[in-house]
Design a binder for this molecule. Structure first.
Ligand code: TYM
Length: 336
């Protein structure tokens, strides 16, 4: 008799739209690394999502490879996880088309990320940007994922994914696992350093707002020194203190200490000293990652082998789900 329970499956992805920020790292990647030992995981470079805003083709190609290297450098193990490029698995586009026909415009109209991006890219409000959440639902549902570790900003996309899955299942019987979002307690929403009322984002033009995982130590210290604070001089987590609260969240996420412990540690200490401690903690965490990336850059064959194998393994799983969905909606099976 089978005694071992089937392991739950995890799926997550990241767009190769720039270097990974401290926000991406603390909100998502860091949790992926923690989860990889207990779950069957797939991690995807979401390059099909990335072209919903204009990209320079050569840059996109490079950023995709860089992102994959950064996945490995933070500690994702290619032996344990399936790591792949979204565009290498055609089933994403195929399932996405089917799911488009089971998603309402009213639902897509409510997506805050679409509204934000449409406002930011007013000259290119394309249909892909609008149906972006449907492609994301296809990503997740293709692999029958139980859990999706993401930052707070993806919560709404997870909810629409669940709605689409439930609608399809209600119409045709159990087809897709209905996934849950996994959002960490600390670091789920890291804010821009100089404008702590909005999230830290890969595509921010003000580079002093973001720390990337490949920034040099001096750059990191400098950016944190210049981060916005307030006119008090008290290290305390509070809604009216967004800058200090953000630095506390960062400190807590990189050191593993709670916010309360951190507040205690910096009680009676000035902002200058506090910022130095945050900067040093971030540097200590990111430095080994930077070294690992530069090692990987020298190892083309190793990376190519991971890319090839990842695509093959992902496609094997994806094609089973796609065929199931195709059958349910009434497409005839292929004659082989
Ligand atoms: P993306 O590439 O914008 O971000 C990748 C991950 O990083 C998290 N994140 C943050 N967490 C905390 N603080 C921040 N400031 C911050 N900024 C970003 C995001 O929540 C995300 O988890 N649509 C997705 C990519 C995607 C996906 C998927 C994710 C495509 N298909 C399927 C999960 C499952 C996106 O644009 O993430």
């Amino acid at each position: 008799m089978e005694t071992q329970e089937k392991r739950k499956r995890i799926y997550s992805a990241m767009q190769p739209s720039g270097l990974i920020t401290l926000g991406n790292y603390l909100g998502a990647l860091n949790n992926w690394v923690k989860l990889q030992d207990d779950y069957d995981c797939l991690f995807c470079v979401a390059n099909m999502h990335a072209i919903t805003v204009r990209q320079d083709p050569a840059k996109l190609r490079k950023q995709s490879r860089d992102l994959l290297m950064q996945f490995l450098a933070v500690g994702l193990d290619p032996q344990k996880n399936i790591i792949y490029y979204q565009s290498h698995v055609p089933q994403h586009a195929e399932l996405s088309w089917i799911l488009n026909c089971y998603t309402y415009m009213g639902e897509l109209n409510r997506m805050t990320q679409f509204k934000d991006k449409a406002a930011k890219h007013a000259d290119n409000i394309n249909a892909g940007l609008y149906t972006y959440p449907v492609l994301m639902a296809a990503d997740i549902l293709l692999y029958q994922a139980d859990l999706v570790p993401v930052g707070e900003d993806q919560r709404q996309h997870l909810e629409i994914t669940r709605d689409i899955a439930e609608r399809f299942n209600n119409l045709y019987g159990e087809t897709f696992v209905v996934p849950d979002a996994y959002i960490g307690k600390v670091g789920a929403r890291i804010m821009a350093l100089q404008e702590p009322d909005r999230k830290m984002s890969k595509s921010d033009e003000n580079k002093n707002n973001t720390i990337t995982i490949l920034d040099e130590p001096a750059q990191i210290m400098n950016k944190i020194k210049r981060a916005m604070t307030d006119s008090e001089n008290e290290v305390r987590f509070a809604p009216e203190k967004p800058g200090i609260s953000n630095l506390l969240s960062i400190y807590s996420a990189v050191t593993g200490k709670t916010i309360a412990e951190a507040e205690k540690e910096f009680a009676g200490v000035g902002y200058g000293t506090f910022k130095t401690a945050v900067g040093e903690a971030v540097v200590a965490r990111l430095e080994p990652i930077r070294t690992k990336v530069s090692d990987l850059e020298k190892n083309k064959d190793y990376l190519d082998a991971i890319i090839k194998e990842g695509a093959q393994k992902a496609e094997r799983i994806a094609s089973r789900t796609l065929e199931k969905a195709q059958k349910k909606v009434g497409f005839p099976p292929k004659i082989r």
